[in-house]
Design a protein around this ligand. Structure first.
Ligand SMILES: [Zn+2]
Ligand SMILES: [Zn+2]
Length: 242
């Protein structure tokens, strides 16, 4: 299984191509677009033909995780004339995100997700866990070939990656802030992300969703100290084996 980072900027776009949250999870012929934050659809097209996507996962309805679904809709409906692409999203997302378009038509097959839900897309098994973040928000576990990727989506410290069990091969954790400046407790600091991954015995940790004004090297230092091993940063076009 392979993870491709399309965008990793927390909450709003960063200068110089810093798109918001978006990732590709791939295993063989299966490709899942996990979060379609603003700015990620152009980058996606550098890695995959959108007509070849197997499914889309929207972790929650904050625009930095879902806004670019409209671009995929336009291409699939009017460009490629494809229909029925599975979308996994919180209950009601189809209606509320419908304000982005006149009508979704039959472009997507919407599937409401809830805490503990499971789904299979091609060769990838998905599980969802409700996080500590105001709109209904779901962390994602993607498993294939005996490997496990855990993506925190957005969360505060009252949820942890150990909700999916210990020993994930790769944890992709939000780390919006630094420990000495946490404006609102609906996100994690790099230290909180590091501690949670260490306690859940994660085998590798990548930090993402860092706010654009936060010093990334400070995030790496803080996260690495808390995790106990070096962490890496999610950056656009990073491709890594899980
Ligand atoms: Zn966010
Ligand atoms: Zn959010």
């Amino acid at each position: 299984m392979e993870l491709t980072v399309l965008g990793a900027s927390g909450s709003y776009g960063a200068p110089a191509g810093g798109a918001c949250s978006g990732y590709l999870v791939r295993d063989g012929d299966t490709t899942v677009w996990m979060d379609c934050g603003n700015g990620t659809f152009p980058l996606l097209q550098e890695h995959v033909d959108p007509g070849d996507l197997s499914a889309v996962v929207i972790t929650h309805e904050h625009p930095d995780h879902c806004a670019d679904i409209y671009g995929l809709h336009v291409l699939l409906r009017y460009g490629l004339e494809q229909s029925g692409l599975p979308v996994f999203a919180p209950e009601g997302a189809e209606e509320r995100l419908g304000c982005l378009v006149a009508s979704w038509g039959d472009t997507f097959a919407w599937n409401a997700i809830d805490d503990g839900d499971k789904a299979r897309v091609g060769s990838i098994d998905l599980r969802f866990s409700r996080t500590d973040h105001p709109p209904p928000t779901f962390a994602v576990e993607a498993a294939a070939g005996g490997r496990r990727l855990v993506y925190t989506a957005d969360t505060g410290p009252e949820w942890s990656v150990d909700a999916f069990g210990a020993g994930a091969d790769l944890v992709l954790s939000e780390a919006s802030y630094l420990d000495d400046n946490i404006p609102v407790a609906i996100h994690l600091s790099a230290a909180q992300a590091g501690r949670a991954a260490r306690e859940a015995k994660a085998k590798r940790l990548i930090l993402t969703h860092i706010w654009p004004q936060v010093d990334r090297q400070a995030s790496v230092a803080e996260g690495s100290e808390a995790y106990g091993e070096p962490v890496t940063l999610a950056v656009p076009h990073l491709v890594t084996e899980v």
